[in-house]
Design a protein around this ligand. Structure first.
Ligand code: C2E
Ligand code: CA
Ligand code: CA
Length: 584
């Protein structure tokens, strides 16, 4: 009987371990057919899938009629595949039923043989419509931004690759526009994230309205968008588009009943045949960076000079990363002394980068770079820990001496880290250095960049017992009246004022005023960059208690500083004190 044949077929199908498990599953369609291609067995799921309600209407029919499988455009001829002795496992295909339905399936296929004689084949079909929908949704999510539904960086780079490949043959150029919202953080902070999000959505809609169907608008990150306009040959057209966008995006936005305005900085580049995606991205990014640097709310075109500068910045950044990894950084220490007696009062830790070949890179060259790239947080953490560890060691080695206070420079980015006080407390606990032996220095400009937040952080630091100093005081053009509100112990008078002492009457006046004010407010003052005996004497006379500078000592390697300290009052200092008493 037919049923007997089918049983038989299924028994043999069991030989194929893969098929065995599938056959047992209820929702999979199992079909067996003979060497003629006539169906000998169909389970209920097969009848459902093929649109037949009873086994009899499928049994005996040619399998290629009842069950048309299409894969990548071509029909699959299961009969000839059976004759070829082929098999397949879980392959994707589309099933076209006689009722005109399309079903996404995964099919498995195996020939049946009995003692080496081919008897037919078994075909198993699994409905994977849902799985594919899910896959498509996942694929969409992997390539799009959730908030704006725009393509994300990955998809953008993919489109860029295609466009660049195309231009190798056709020599067409494409425009890339990097759009960066100015001070978006401020908008988020003042209106809240919900408004910020809505704003980004509206902004993305305005961007889309300006480009053609073949172009791509993508969201790269928070407030960064990028446009690929294909086949726009000249930079003038692309720049014109950028100016229009600038205008467009400046128009007020209505978000949740509020009117919000913003500006953008746009970097523009036009691709050349043979360029890689990295070349293009670097050019666009560099131009956007230049637009920001020149005051925002404007358009900049990537020029060769800009790109060369940005390349060397990147190169230096790479070297700095490697220097941190291979421990090429060290701390040097400059003594801070009593202006009158030149007695040691403390030290300032200054970072140095020494290349294996002996070249020394000074912080002025790499600190700004480390700040730009965010590396400063890692670097700053290392400096802090190294300074605390070394100072603790020196203190333990010399229990007879007055404990040293070490000053560590922090950059604005470190100050902006909310976890900074906790991190410093942690470093102190780990190294065992008492908080009072650590002083942190923050430049006046960094403090005033975000005054209220920084005041809170500085208070938190003083709560754990750490001293705080304002560095480079006098260069930040801040009002003296702020000094009262600043929770700091020490003011460091910038070297530029000291250089003018004894030469420039105004500088002397300023130094005098700052010293008087600090005294009245109970703040200590340290004069920086004292190079001459004359400057030292003037400062001593004006009542500036502390100083540092080449006159007493340049920054020293840790080992050299230890020797300096052991020597006690260095000869040069004794002579200086004598000079003062004998002075005019
Ligand atoms: P700064 O904090 O104002 O440090 C004083 C700078 O003046 C040091 O330069 C020091 O070598 C130099 N100096 C000291 N005495 C004299 C002098 O009598 N005459 C002259 N002409 N210069 C003198 P350095 O070490 O090159 O550091 C430059 C700046 O780099 C520092 O200025 C500081 O802002 C920054 N920096 C250094 N180390 C670090 C660090 O670990 N972290 C951070 N964030 N910044 C650092
Ligand atoms: Ca400093
Ligand atoms: Ca300074």
């Amino acid at each position: 009987t037919l049923a007997g044949v089918a049983d038989d077929a299924l028994r043999r199908a069991d030989l194929f371990t893969r098929l065995q498990t599938i056959t047992n599953a209820q929702n999979e369609a199992v079909l067996a057919f003979d060497t003629e291609g006539l169906i000998t067995f169909a389970n209920p799921a097969a009848r459902d899938m093929l649109g037949r309600d009873s086994s009899r209407q499928v049994d005996g029919l040619p399998v290629n009629d009842v069950c048309q499988l299409v894969q990548k455009g071509g029909a699959i001829d299961v009969i000839s595949r059976m004759h070829a002795g082929e098999s397949a496992e879980d392959q994707d295909a589309v099933l076209h039923t006689r009722g005109g339905q399309r079903v996404e399936v995964a099919y498995s296929f195996a020939p049946l043989t009995d003692a080496g004689v081919r008897e037919g084949a078994v075909l198993v079909l699994r409905d994977v419509t849902e799985r594919r929908l899910l896959q498509d949704a996942l694929a969409h999510r992997a390539l799009h931004d959730e908030l704006t539904a725009l393509p994300n960086r990955r998809l953008f780079l993919d489109r860029l690759d295609h466009a660049l490949n195309r231009s190798i043959a056709t020599h067409v150029r494409h425009g890339v526009l990097f759009v960066d919202v100015d001070r978006f953080k401020l908008i988020n902070d003042s209106f809240g994230h919900l408004v910020g999000d809505q704003l980004l959505v509206q902004l993305s809609e305005r961007l889309l309205r300006r480009v053609g169907a073949g172009d791509t608008v993508a969201r790269l990150s928070g407030d960064e968008f990028i446009l690929l306009v294909e086949d726009r040959t000249d930079i003038a057209t692309i720049a014109e588009l950028a100016f229009q966008l600038c205008e467009d995006l400046r128009r007020p936005y209505l978000v949740g009943g509020q009117t919000v305005t913003l500006t953008v900085s746009i970097g523009v580049t036009s691709t050349s045949p043979g360029e890689t995606r990295d070349d293009v991205m670097l050019a666009a990014d560099t131009a956007a960076y230049a637009a920001k640097a020149s005051g925002r709310n404007c358009v900049r075109i990537a020029t060769d000079e800009l790109i060369v500068a940005s390349r060397s910045r990147l190169e230096l950044e790479g070297r700095l990363r490697a220097a941190i990894d291979s421990e090429l950084l060290s701390l040097w220490y400059q003594p801070i002394v009593d202006t009158r007696t030149c007695e040691l009062q403390g030290i300032e830790a200054l970072v140095r980068w020494e290349e294996p070949d002996g070249t020394m890179v000074l912080p002025g060259e790499f600190i700004p770079l480390a700040e730009d790239s965010g590396l400063i947080v890692m670097l700053g953490h290392w400096v802090l820990e190294e300074a605390c560890r070394t100072t603790r060691r020196w203190t333990l080695e010399h229990p007879d001496r007055e404990p040293l206070q070490t000053s560590v420079n922090l950059s604005a980015l470190q100050l902006a880290q909310p976890q900074l006080p906790a991190e410093i407390a942690d470093v102190l606990a780990r190294t065992g250095l008492p908080a009072a032996q650590l002083s942190i220095e923050i430049t006046e400009t960094a403090v005033f960049a975000d005054f209220d937040a920084n005041v809170r952080t500085l208070n938190a630091l003083r709560d754990i017992g750490v001293h705080v100093a304002v560095d480079d005081f006098g260069t930040g053009y801040s009002s003296l009246s702020y000094l009262r509100e600043l929770p700091v112990d020490t003011i460091k008078l910038d070297a530029s004022f000291i250089a003018g002492l004894g030469k420039d009457i105004i500088d002397a006046e300023i130094v005098g005023a700052v010293l008087r004010l600090c005294k009245a407010l109970g703040r200590r003052t340290i004069a920086e960059g004292v190079e001459t005996e004359r400057q030292r004497q003037t400062l001593a006379r004006m009542g500036c208690p502390s100083m540092q500078g080449f006159l007493v000592s340049k920054p020293l390697r840790a080992g050299d500083f230890a020797a300096y300290w052991d020597a006690g009052e260095p000869e040069v200092n004794l002579r200086l004190v004598e000079d003062e008493t004998e002075g005019p």
